[in-house]
Design a binder for this molecule. Structure first.
Ligand SMILES: [Zn+2]
Length: 293
């Protein structure tokens, strides 16, 4: 999970940008909810900062009127997410805060995710701090669920900054083809609940599978250069090459899966020596590079 700065747009200005132009009496009824939206958003942000979103009472985030409870999610869908509608400019602004999805750290941002679902927390339907730019796959995988226990809270890019330290690691699975297994390895001095939440986030979004699949392609794409490096300088040259790759990605983001992958490969004597390099099938590499020049 990659942190993002908290949006500068407030819940009030976002709500006000969406409601005008709606038909009466719905518009007047929605305008009457503005203070409830603002108060609910403040409660949400306080709880998010304290990592206690599981303690929020859904009832207090739902208008008493069933009609209004049903209308608020539509304010997002019809007045904010739709192209050409008055709230769309803020939608685009929130979406453009990231190019790469902060939840998986890999795929492209294509949508906004309600961190707490609008169906269960209607008063947060257009609250900017509840809207996170993300990829379609993370949005689909996360689904409309809300945490019931503290450990069920997935990470929130605006409130959970866990990127000051390395928490993602990988290990080499010896075999043909070689593979990588990714896992969460947070610093031991982190609070236990944070460690549990990072693991929950990692598992909920299926990041081990995503990273392993990407790593397989990465290894295949690097087979040729690794073979040439080995032929020229042996295992130590391969290790140095892998360490440089890890450091290069580390400059961009220390918890990128490529950092974990290249660190694990560089640390593997098996991979750097003949065990990893001479199994031609591990990456469909040419048996000798010179034949293909
Ligand atoms: Zn994603």
């Amino acid at each position: 999970m990659r942190p993002l700065p908290l949006p500068r747009r407030t819940a009030r200005e976002t709500y006000r940008s969406c409601v005008p132009g709606m038909r009466q009496p719905l518009r007047q009824q929605l305008e009457g909810l503005e203070e409830h939206v603002v108060a609910a958003s403040a409660r949400f942000e306080t709880a998010a900062q304290a990592a206690s979103l599981h303690s929020l009472d859904r009832i207090s985030f739902t208008p008493a009127s069933p009609d209004m409870a049903a209308a608020l999610p539509d304010v997002y869908t019809q007045r904010m997410a739709k192209v050409g509608r008055p709230g769309r400019a803020i939608y685009d602004e929130l979406k453009m805060a990231a190019v790469v999805c902060p939840l998986c750290g890999h795929r492209e941002v294509t949508t906004l995710d309600h961190h707490l679902p609008k169906s269960m927390f209607p008063l947060l339907a257009v609250t900017p701090s509840n809207l996170v730019p993300c990829c379609s796959e993370c949005n689909r995988t996360k689904r409309s669920t809300a945490p019931r226990e503290a450990e069920e809270q997935t990470l929130h890019p605006y409130f959970d900054n866990i990127d000051d330290e390395r928490w993602l690691a990988a290990e080499v699975l010896q075999g043909t083809p070689v593979a990588l297994s990714f896992f969460v390895q947070p610093p031991q001095d982190w609070p236990n609940m944070l460690q549990v939440r990072v693991r929950h986030h990692f598992e909920t979004l299926g990041l081990a599978g995503l990273y392993a699949a990407q790593a397989a392609t990465e290894l295949a794409g690097n087979a040729y250069v690794l073979q040439r490096t080995f032929d020229a300088g042996g295992a130590e040259a391969v290790r140095e090459h892998l360490q440089l790759k890890a450091e290069s990605w580390n400059q961009m983001w220390r918890n990128h899966w490529k950092v974990a992958a290249y660190r694990a490969l560089a640390a593997s004597d098996w991979f750097c020596t003949s065990g990893g390099m001479h199994q031609a099938s591990w990456a469909a590499a040419p048996s000798t590079a010179s034949q293909h020049i």
